[in-house]
Design a protein around this ligand. Structure first.
Ligand SMILES: *[C@@H]1O[C@H](CO)[C@@H](O)[C@H](O)[C@H]1NC(C)=O
Length: 367
């Protein structure tokens, strides 16, 4: 009797975990992208701005920390300088995450810029726009990066310069070669976001997606076949333009990011996107669904039916939403059936998944 109950419970749990209404479509669509999902069946851990829970956002230290923690991907956000260099930073302006206010030679370069992306209304108020500077003048002046949260450690602030995309690629290639992660089928990759695409195109006449493609080509990482060998790559954006551009150029996987301030047509998105990166609320409240911790997520089921992977954002151990405990909260996402976590604390997310019973079973099955 007890055994039977256990079997029933397991079946119930498995059913909640991965409910792909149409296995056949799922198998075919992403079949040519070996690293589309973690081969051991557990969700991917994608380090948002690197391990920025501990280190300054997008510093080489944050990327290396996440790497040594065992992350599957580091996640650069791309801006462009005046001279066309891909500059890794979340914001289009520099005040929040750099020491630029200390560099008084730039005092008269403050500006006000207002524009909208499909992520937010951006208002750089009395701030320093990345695109008004050349890469070299920022580096020569001693620009350094900082952690964005007052509540996190600032011990490592103002030590590391920002990175170009090229620096991040070279760092990851070096780590993958010199410090390979044991027992992993794929190398650690980069999950790259194009930011403020329309703003750069309309206001500054520069196509961030095109520069990104050319940079990947320079490092011979511009197709799935090449990326699989050296450095797995995903391309993500809130704006569809750069995803459509990538789909027209290459077979690298694309991910449409989603906030809760728009209506989305999942059928249309699945025509150009291998996955979606929704705000975490989509797992519970999409399309009028009532918040429920225990029921399967209709949003995730619909995405899976369209053969799209689901990587919600962003998991923060110090800003919990559904629980008072980071392990319990990570398990809630897992139970909903996510295929990856954007997280700022990769060590803890990885440990939760490593020791979770459901994932242990999946790993055993895949061996
Ligand atoms: C922004 O999102 C909406 C809703 O999906 C879409 O209709 C629109 O084309 C998007 N704009 C860009 C620039 O991607």
């Amino acid at each position: 009797m007890k055994g039977l109950l256990l079997v029933l419970l397991c079946l119930l749990h498995q059913g909640l975990m991965y409910d792909h209404p149409d296995e056949v479509v799922w198998q075919n669509r992403n079949a040519d992208i070996p690293y589309i999902a973690n081969p051991d069946g557990t969700p991917y851990v994608i380090s948002h701005r690197g391990a920025c829970g501990q280190m300054p956002d997008h510093s080489s230290a944050a990327y290396a920390t996440a790497y040594y923690d065992g992350t599957h991907f580091d996640e650069p956000d791309l801006q462009v300088t005046k001279d066309g260099v891909l500059f890794i930073m979340h914001n289009t302006c520099m005040k929040e995450t750099t020491n630029i206010e200390k560099l008084h030679q730039f005092d008269d370069r403050r500006t006000d810029v207002k524009f909208s992306t499909n992520e937010t209304e951006l208002h750089c108020e009395d701030d320093y726009l990345v695109n008004d500077f050349t890469w070299q003048e920022l580096i020569d002046a001693g620009l350094k990066v900082r952690n964005r949260f007052k509540t996190r450690s600032h011990y490592y602030d103002d030590l590391y310069p920002p990175m170009r995309l090229e620096d991040a690629i070279e760092l990851m290639l070096d780590l993958n070669e010199k410090a390979p992660v044991k027992d992993r089928k794929f190398k650690t990759g980069l999950y790259i976001e194009t930011k403020a695409v329309r703003f750069y195109k309309d206001e500054r006449n520069v196509d961030i997606a095109q520069i990104l493609y050319d940079t990947l080509e320079k490092y011979d990482l511009h197709t799935v076949e090449k990326a699989t060998e050296k450095l797995p790559i995903f391309i993500e954006s809130f704006e569809q333009d750069s995803l459509l551009y990538f789909k027209s150029k290459t077979d690298l996987p694309t991910v449409q990011l989603m906030t809760d301030s728009f209506e989305y047509d999942l059928d249309w998105i699945s025509s150009y996107s291998n996955g979606v990166g929704p705000k975490h609320t989509f797992m519970f409240n999409y399309d009028g669904e009532e918040f429920n911790l225990d029921k399967p997520s209709r949003f995730i089921q619909q995405c899976h039916a369209l053969d799209m992977r689901v990587h919600p954002w962003v998991f923060q151990d110090d800003i919990l939403v559904y629980s008072e405990d980071a392990i319990d909260e990570a398990k809630i996402w897992e139970t909903k059936g996510v295929d990856g976590y954007f997280t700022e604390f990769p060590h803890s997310t990885l440990n939760t998944l490593r020791y979770s019973e459901a994932n242990r079973r999946k790993r055993l099955q895949s061996e």
